[in-house]
Ligand binder design. Sequence first.
Ligand SMILES: Nc1ncnc2c1ncn2[C@@H]1O[C@H](COP(=O)(O)OP(=O)(O)O)[C@@H](O)[C@H]1O
Ligand SMILES: [Mg+2]
Length: 288
Amino acid sequence: MTENGFINAQDVMFAYEPEEGREPRNVLDGVTISIQRGEFVALLGHNGSGKSTMAKMFNAMLLPTEGKVFVDGMDTVDEAVLYEIRRRVGLVLQNPDNQLVASVVEEDVAFGPENLGIPPEEIRVRVDEALKAVGMYDFRLNAPYKLSGGQKQRIAIAGIIAMQPDCIVLDEPTAMLDPRGRSEVLETIHRLNEEKGITIVLITHYMDEAVQAGRVIVMDGGHVLLEGGPREVFSQVELLKKHQLDVPQATELTYRLQGMGFPMPCTLTTEECVEALAAYLPPVQAVP
Ligand SMILES: Nc1ncnc2c1ncn2[C@@H]1O[C@H](COP(=O)(O)OP(=O)(O)O)[C@@H](O)[C@H]1O
Ligand SMILES: [Mg+2]
């Protein structure tokens, strides 16, 4: 059965090959996730909850031991559609250094479409467009190793865009970046989502990144613990804390103040938090 989502994972179970003499353990234990076309979804959960394993299910790098994953209606176990699935869903990993293969930026971006057998003149157009989309066109003749972490990650994203995917899954793409690199990458993926309608699945442990998503899915112990809009998810502070999961700093502060008897709303961002706190401050006296 396929639902109407672009990606539908249904009751997915998965166990890695166990070490000698060990029993296999389900690292995915019945995951059901549906991603609609055009969505921006953040996938959260602490280390070992199965996020990266799930990311690999989304483009058939891994196949469920039980359950099903459908991409655009295609079953990921069907080898005949593997190419079509990989073309639709691109995966960006944490470390940009492991993803860049060529010694010149534009050659790197061309690598994916070359593997897809796209004609050279079409590749030229796609590479230029992809580099412009991530704001790296001026660096097309540079050597990737000389770029900053954020720039390298944008090149890796350009390499995926050049394959014209419908969806990009990013597995902690900002974890190794400095704050500036992080915001460059974040802005880039939001722009791709808004302007090109590319579906984004962002795996992250930064709560401020999750707050900006359209929907948040929280995984815990190989299954989905919670999902919904950022406000809906992060207002469940107690449940999240019980599972040793973080909430945004603003949410934490307003939650504690609520506990101390200050009636105030659940806030997600610094701006919202400031506004909630301002209600308790005395009015500013005009300086005579
Ligand atoms: N290649 C592998 N072989 C065996 N076990 C693995 C492998 N990759 C991950 N695991 C285990 O699977 C579980 C889930 O890992 P992962 O999907 O990487 O979680 P997350 O990305 O949320 O940290 C962890 O317990 C991890 O140790
Ligand atoms: Mg991971």
